[in-house]
Ligand binder design. Sequence first.
Ligand SMILES: Nc1ncnc2c1ncn2[C@@H]1O[C@H](COP(=O)(O)OP(=O)(O)O)[C@@H](O)[C@H]1O
Ligand SMILES: [Mg+2]
Length: 258
Amino acid sequence: MSPHEQPLLSCRGVTRRFGALVAVDGVDFDVRRGETVGIGGPNGAGKTTFFDLISGLNTMSAGSVALRGRPLAGTPPHRICQMGMARTFQLNSGFDGLSVMDNVLAAVAFGRRSAGGWLLTARDDRAKARAMLEKFGLTDIADDLVENVPVLARKKLMVATALVNEPDLLLLDEPVGGLTPPEIDDFIALMLGLKAEGVTLVFIEHVMRFLTSVADRALIMHQGRIIYDGTPNGLSADQTVREVYLGTTELPGMAETA
Ligand SMILES: Nc1ncnc2c1ncn2[C@@H]1O[C@H](COP(=O)(O)OP(=O)(O)O)[C@@H](O)[C@H]1O
Ligand SMILES: [Mg+2]
């Protein structure tokens, strides 16, 4: 990035207190267009709360967040989404009682960026949704109710619905939590595909194998602060990171990496 290029996302002093607890504590964080950033750290480190603050689902106690230089303070989550930031959730979300296809169609309708959206016809919407299902290998289950589809497909659907409106920035909260190792491999391939398309990705994940395979840049959060911001390869040698993981010589999940 040239020193003058504006970051896609810029966070300054982002803080969230819950009573006496400082869940997110003065986080400074910039994301450049095209970057892939993986955020790790122990349970309770403040990762999800940080995403909630960025995406407008929770309010900051202090600090600022800007998307393409535009401050987001006071902007409701659906507006932030329409401005080009999409996210997924740690727990599966979606409309369980609707089909896989209808979930993507609902996302298309929700994500319209402007009143100009009326130019798109229902047929365009379906074509767009169908292309997205194809890309994620979900075509065969397009008509199945979401409540009946397996967890891997639900996880993929969540990413597909987030991506269907071509966001500038995609935030994923523990995309592979609860998946088996082969399913994680499947997801890694999917993420590498998105990365190759130039999608800007910021994800939370404590499966280290996923983090190091997908991310160009790794952040570790601990007690609301960023204690590491560097290459994924540098993680295992970092003294502070090791100490956070309770004096272990290996990071959790690193053993199964090779
Ligand atoms: N709405 C809330 N009210 C009170 N405490 C909360 C709330 N949300 C999160 N916390 C606390 O903030 C800390 C960070 O939580 P979270 O962001 O979910 O961590 P992570 O995603 O890194 O596991 C935890 O101690 C959690 O209990
Ligand atoms: Mg979390």
